[in-house]
Design a protein around this ligand. Sequence first.
Ligand code: NAP
Ligand code: 3JM
Length: 337
Amino acid sequence: MKSYNVAILGATGAVGKTMLKVLEERNFPIEELRLLASERSAGKEIEFKGTKYKVEPVSPEAFEGIDIALFSAGSSRSKIWAPIAVEKGAVVIDNSSAFRMEPEVPLVVPEVNPEDVQIHKGIIANPNCSTIQMVVALYPIHKEKKIKRIIVSTYQAVSGAGAKAMEDLTEETKAKFEGKYYIPEALPASIAFNVIPRIDVFLENGYTKEEMKMFNETRKIMHAPDIKVSATCVRVPVFIGHSESITIETEYPITPEEARQILSSAPGVIVEDDPENNVYPMPIEVEGKDDVFVGRIRKDLAFDNGLSMWVVADNLRKGAATNAVQIAELLIKYAMV
Ligand code: NAP
Ligand code: 3JM
């Protein structure tokens, strides 16, 4: 089997480290591995498959000879380095929001629109974590019953805001118990014993950028330009695992039993829905898993053709690293690298 030269930009971050884990677990065919980050982390050692690799500062030369570059170092870094990596001959799979809505950049969730990978011109975008888990759960229903409207509230883990935000939750929680003050550095407000109804920046329409990512990305991935999405994105004091309360309105009637049946055979979805026995998905239980978990499926009482559900996934895995590695696997499958 052919193997590939792979670079990871942002290898020391919460997503980058998870990418390494996922590449190792899935035995991705790697010939040469380059771990890239900023000057701050240059020289740090990271282990992959029992071998220690030195982190290098990102540079144009670092992309020389690279086949696949996985990017997770933020959107401003993606804007600088993705064109350079492409120029050097790499295919970039970018985890940031930098290119997601550009028409020539495919935005791919392998369970939903794998074939879109084929139109790439060097960059493929990995969607936002909250969007990924939502479309994995909703697309199978959309295909059969046509979703018209989605109302979603998210309960997002701090790991979605990076490694520093995880440290903030630990340190602020400890400080609270010790009667001390700690001001989070990577979050816009107190996170210990609190919830923050703001993720990313506020926009003119009153929604945040994260909420508008869910609106725009859902339409692009599902090829459903008319779907209406109203999202409220909330940061909660959970380390790993985003949860979502979702209500949909469909064109054609759907019963909870039908939805359970559709989702039971949907790729990447696990139905955990037995409320009488206290079975419903929770973030603490999905950590380390690659599937999207759905429970609390019920007829919605506010819409005639309405359905409500609770959707949980590991944001660092399916919401970021696993989805990106699956995209890399699609490139191999379609013989595009
Ligand atoms: P993180 O834990 O803060 O890690 C950031 C990474 O970027 C680190 O490896 C850091 O390296 C590197 N970096 C920062 N500034 C750099 C620079 N100037 N040049 C080169 N490397 C630099 O953040 P994270 O949670 O892993 O997320 C990283 C990015 O991935 C986010 O900003 C976002 O765009 C994307 N993301 C996407 C999703 C998704 O939904 N698909 C989810 C989470 C994150 P140092 O160690 O040298 O600082
Ligand atoms: C998730 O540097 C940045 O602006 C990154 C902010 C960020 C993003 C983003 O917009 O790329 C942090 C966490 C995301 C994302 O997936 O959209």
